[in-house]
Design a protein around this ligand. Structure first.
Ligand SMILES: Nc1ncnc2c1ncn2[C@@H]1O[C@H](COP(=O)(O)OP(=O)(O)O)[C@@H](O)[C@H]1O
Ligand SMILES: O=C(O)C1=C[C@@H](OP(=O)(O)O)[C@@H](O)[C@H](O)C1
Ligand SMILES: [Mg+2]
Length: 227
């Protein structure tokens, strides 16, 4: 009986949370790993922008960096993101540098709930130290490089995200469950804010019988679920 209740509740939540979820964060934050599990948990399709770029070019990311430089990779990344965000009901894992462009940041925020998976530099170092597929991390001093990238990017991830979650403190499965709960609360909060505003707009209309554009704008839900 409990199982039936739980399943019914999960199905309700799945329906309620239709739409895109977009993961941003540093290399090693877990965007690809958590993204796959989250998509499975929420009945969404998983897409990874790096994977997509590799599919389309037929080569691995280090080869793109070698031939076209980082600038060439960034052009491809923007192009692919513009296309991928048009999908519906996906979990999109972006590459760690996607937020470097203002154009990308706006695009991502407009097309889904953006989640910043944050982690300490020590944790990121543990997770990426033996990786050969991240050209920006092929250096003698991995810790210093990660510190530098984190200093450049942390504010951009925060600016882009609707939700921030620390990905460093627990196993991946409980992280996915915690994130799913946060997404649910975020949606509830957003709908409440919209309902309150509709009510306000209605009252303003009946008293003034006018409606200008500032009254129709719903409040930004920006960064409303920080830990
Ligand atoms: N929350 C986590 N806890 C422990 N290890 C993790 C976690 N998230 C990812 N990892 C591990 O870190 C490595 C990098 O993860 P990945 O998903 O590729 O990160 P990203 O796509 O953000 O660069 C992988 O080996 C993965 O298993
Ligand atoms: O942070 C970055 O600039 C990059 C992150 C990588 O993706 P992950 O964040 O999935 O490792 C990949 O897009 C490329 O190597 C550049
Ligand atoms: Mg990844």
């Amino acid at each position: 009986m409990q199982l039936i209740k739980n399943t019914a509740k999960k199905n309700q939540n799945v329906k309620f949370l239709q739409g895109n979820i977009i993961l941003v964060g540093m290399m090693g934050a877990g965007k690809t790993t958590i993204g796959k599990l989250l998509a499975n948990h929420m009945g969404k399709t998983f897409i990874d922008s790096d994977h997509e770029i590799q599919q389309r070019t037929g080569v691995k990311i280090p080869v793109i960096f070698e031939i076209e430089g980082e600038a060439g990779f960034r052009r491809r990344e923007t192009e692919v993101l513009q296309e991928l965000v048009q999908a519906e009901n996906i979990v999109l894992a972006t590459g760690g540098g996607a937020v470097l462009s203002g154009e990308n940041r706006t695009l991502l925020r407009q097309h889904g709930i953006v989640v910043y998976l944050s982690a300490s530099v020590d944790e990121l170092q543990r997770r990426t130290r033996s990786d050969k597929n991240r050209p920006l991390l092929q250096t003698d001093d991995l810790h210093a490089r990660l510190m530098e990238l984190h200093a450049q990017r942390d504010a951009l991830y925060r600016e882009t995200a609707h939700i921030i979650i620390d990905s460093g403190k627990q196993g991946v499965r409980s992280l996915v469950q915690r994130l799913a709960r946060k997404l649910l609360f975020f949606k509830i909060k957003k709908l409440r804010a919209e309902a309150v505003n509709r009510k306000k707009c209605g009252l303003a209309l009946s008293s003034k019988q006018t409606l200008d554009s500032s009254q129709t704008d719903f409040p930004e839900t920006k960064n409303s679920l920080y830990e």
